[in-house]
Design a protein around this ligand. Structure first.
Ligand SMILES: [Zn+2]
Ligand SMILES: [Zn+2]
Length: 80
């Protein structure tokens, strides 16, 4: 699986996994800074900055935001 840019450390160590036993949400982990976030899959949408479908809805430590794994654009979002 291809590693993506991490929203926390900006390095290419961000990977996802899905384990239905743990959570129905996709889990994202950064192998470099150990950052962790959950993704709400159905809300994936097109990034307004680069126009690719890499704009995902993430939750981490009570913070909700949208993040583009392609161009690293990040914006605050309403809670799920
Ligand atoms: Zn990181
Ligand atoms: Zn983008």
């Amino acid at each position: 699986m291809a590693e993506q840019y991490c929203p926390n450390c900006k390095e290419k160590g961000f990977v996802w996994c899905l384990d239905e036993d743990v959570s129905s949400y996709t889990q994202w982990f950064c192998s470099i800074c150990k950052y962790h976030a959950e993704e709400s899959e159905p809300l994936e949408s097109v990034c307004s900055e680069c126009n690719t479908k890499n704009f995902i809805y993430l939750k981490s430590d009570g913070e909700f935001f949208r993040y583009c794994t392609n161009c690293r654009y990040k914006t605050k979002a309403e809670p799920w």
